[in-house]
Design a protein around this ligand. Structure first.
Ligand SMILES: [Zn+2]
Length: 265
């Protein structure tokens, strides 16, 4: 089984270890052992950095690492979060275009340092800068071309053990949220038929597909049940993120991508 950048196990999209959590009305798919720590981080971001934006947040994502090297994104292990991909902490690949204010970067970095201080170990990483605009921040990313301040990750290879340790220190600091929902429960009775996912068509099943795309950070241009050009482009981008190319990334959904999206078993 391949490993993530942090040395964690890549989790298959249909794994029973993945669950859906809802924090401040936004859904995230994460490893079941990350539920409490993720909830803590998400809640603090929402209150202290910027309110969560629907369609711009996600956790688990099954894809190779952008850095290459045959490794997989930390999101593939289920112990990473992206918060407000087009907001304050958006990943814009360049210091000059980084939208976050200094205050937001400080608040975002503090979530990480607070947890690590509590635990007495460097277990949580943050994709923010180490230095920016002549100021220092507690980020794990030093390259101005790759600041990713929306990104939080567990650094340890044994991320489950790291989360258990963090949880033991957080105690009552974790807000109560709706109980996590297993993927099987989330998917039960969802799609009536994959045949309804036809380019150019309108159908309730297409809404489900659009929601699934949004949850993974691929903007279908609204959740309206219409399989138009924007939705097709989002499907194609999703397919490319899975490593497909050519006719396999044409934006027309097949069994493979529908399964990866959790729409069919
Ligand atoms: Zn990320």
């Amino acid at each position: 089984m391949p490993q993530t950048l942090s040395g964690q196990q890549v989790v298959e999209d249909n794994s029973p270890n993945l669950v859906w959590i809802t924090v401040h009305g936004i859904r995230f798919k994460v490893h079941k052992d990350y539920v409490k720590v993720a909830t803590y981080i998400i809640d603090r971001w929402h209150r202290e950095v910027e309110p969560l934006k629907n369609g711009q947040c996600w956790g688990y994502s099954y894809r190779p690492a952008r850095q290459g090297g045959g490794r997989w994104s930390d999101h593939s292990g289920g112990f990473s979060l992206d918060l407000n991909s087009n907001g304050a902490g958006s990943m814009l690949w360049g210091a000059s275009s980084l939208k976050a204010t200094d205050a937001q970067l400080v608040a975002a970095g503090k979530i990480k340092t607070d947890i690590n201080k509590m635990v007495g170990k460097d277990l949580v990483g943050w994709g923010g800068p180490k230095a920016h605009r002549g100021k220092n921040f507690p980020g794990d990313y030093g390259n101005p071309g790759s600041f990713d301040p929306m990104h939080y990750f567990i650094k340890a290879a044994d991320a489950s053990a790291a989360c258990r340790l963090i949880e033991s220190k957080l105690g009552g600091g974790i807000p109560s949220t709706p109980a996590p929902v297993t993927q099987a429960a989330a998917a039960a009775g969802k799609l009536s038929s994959i045949a309804n996912l036809k380019f150019g068509a309108t159908h309730a099943d297409i809404k489900l597909m659009q929601e699934a795309l949004k949850a993974r950070g691929f903007d279908p241009g609204g959740v309206d049940g219409g399989y138009g050009e924007k939705t097709k482009a989002a499907v194609a981008a999703y397919q490319r993120s899975l490593g497909f190319s050519g006719a396999d990334a044409d934006g027309l959904i097949g069994n493979g991508s529908a399964r990866k999206l959790g729409l069919i078993a």
